[in-house]
Design a protein around this ligand. Structure first.
Ligand SMILES: [Zn+2]
Length: 372
């Protein structure tokens, strides 16, 4: 930007289009090339190769609305059972690339890998929502939601009756939680809970987590670009369960995971954190797993597909992979459990939405309202 900035600058003093570092940003007129990312077909092939050449076990845990396999990989044989879920939202793809890099590293073996996989069992769902990603394989914009057909409808206590068409997998995690608990904590009408989950992708995950006795579930997403009061680009955000029905021990463990990730990586390049401003209801994955008594953490990174495309791909995948690896190592070594859960409160507050081409005076509600 050519701006010389000395010392700390208050947020209100950040010029409209100034941010550190100064990019990259995609011009709004640019065509985004999705071929830089792993296609659904390549994903399944990669996981099959990992299964046949290493101790990692790959299987499909169900089918999407369009009949695609929902991929799942299991590695290690220790306690606890730890889940990494990526790409619930089809248009949030760098987290899947980072998860593949993590799996390939673990599959290649060595002391570091053994130290993790002796101490815990890792369960990875790399791309929970392959239908949402599918348009990108034809270089079209992927979708956040799944592919429930327009003529298929369900009632929903959180969104009203007779909802039809694509649905957000991250809003369908309340299935299986006691309806009286949901009514009490969220004020919903338990009589409109449908028999069938409108997200078969979500239900496949919930079933697998129950089957193996998940202790910890981490959920990996992308968000738009934010700027902190030092005019720095925020690349990483995190949050723990906020629903009042989540047991204290589950919330404490979740806060330890968020705090540990922040403490271990805040000194790394391009890893500037804030606290994600998420909701409280138990239909959201982060809250639902917490209500079930699990450690449950949301991680969000810069890189929403429609905004960033493949710009900054390598840097982002490295940032995410570092966080994924640090959390696993902290769980395996036990260091993570030494963190004071209260340390999560040291995460900086939410930054300001930032879009280089858009001065603050032109930010609308749609820029503020993006949710996990
Ligand atoms: Zn998301």
């Amino acid at each position: 930007m050519g701006l010389a900035v000395s010392g700390r600058v208050a947020a209100q003093d950040c010029q409209d289009d100034f941010i550190k570092p100064g990019g990259p940003f995609v011009p709004e007129t640019a065509t985004i090339n999705y071929n830089a990312f792993t296609s659904n077909e390549e994903l399944y092939e990669t996981l099959e190769k990992l299964d046949s050449r290493s101790g990692l076990e790959y299987e499909s845990i169900g089918e999407t609305w369009q009949g695609r396999d929902i991929p799942y990989v299991r590695a290690g044989d220790g306690d606890p059972d730890v889940f990494y879920i990526t790409q619930q939202h089809g248009d949030e793809q760098h987290v899947t690339e980072a998860a593949l890099r993590l799996l390939q590293g673990l599959a290649s073996g060595g002391r570091r890998s053994d130290e993790i996989l002796d101490e815990l069992t890792l369960h990875v769902v790399p791309r929970l929502n392959p239908d949402g990603w599918a348009p990108a394989d034809d270089n079209e914009t992927p979708t956040r939601a799944n592919a429930r057909p327009e003529d298929v409808c369900h009632d929903g206590p959180y969104f009203g009756s007779d909802q039809c068409g694509p649905v957000d997998p991250n809003r369908q995690h309340y299935f299986g939680i006691d309806s009286a608990t949901l009514a009490d904590a969220d004020g919903i009408d338990p009589d409109v809970i449908p028999d069938e989950n409108p997200s078969p992708e979500t239900q496949a995950l919930l079933d697998k987590a129950d089957e193996v006795g998940a202790d910890i579930i981490t959920d990996w997403h992308h968000q738009f670009t934010y700027r902190n009061e030092d005019c720095e680009m925020i690349n990483a955000s995190t949050l723990w369960p906020l629903n009042e029905a989540a047991p204290d021990e589950a919330v404490a463990l979740s806060r330890q995971i968020s705090a540990y990730a922040y403490q271990q990586t805040k000194g790394y390049g391009h890893t500037t954190w804030d606290r994600y401003p998420g909701g409280t209801t138990a239909n959201i994955a982060r809250n639902a797993h917490g209500v079930r008594g699990r450690g449950s953490v949301l991680f969000e990174f810069r890189g929403q597909a429609s905004q960033l495309g493949n710009a900054s791909n390598g840097r982002l995948v490295t940032v995410i992979n570092n966080v994924m690896t640090e959390v696993l190592e902290g769980l395996a070594s036990g260091d993570l459990y030494d963190v004071d859960p209260a340390d999560a409160d040291s995460l900086p507050p939410r930054g300001d939405y930032f879009w280089k081409e858009l001065p603050r005076s032109e930010w609308g509600p749609e820029h503020e309202a993006y949710r996990e």
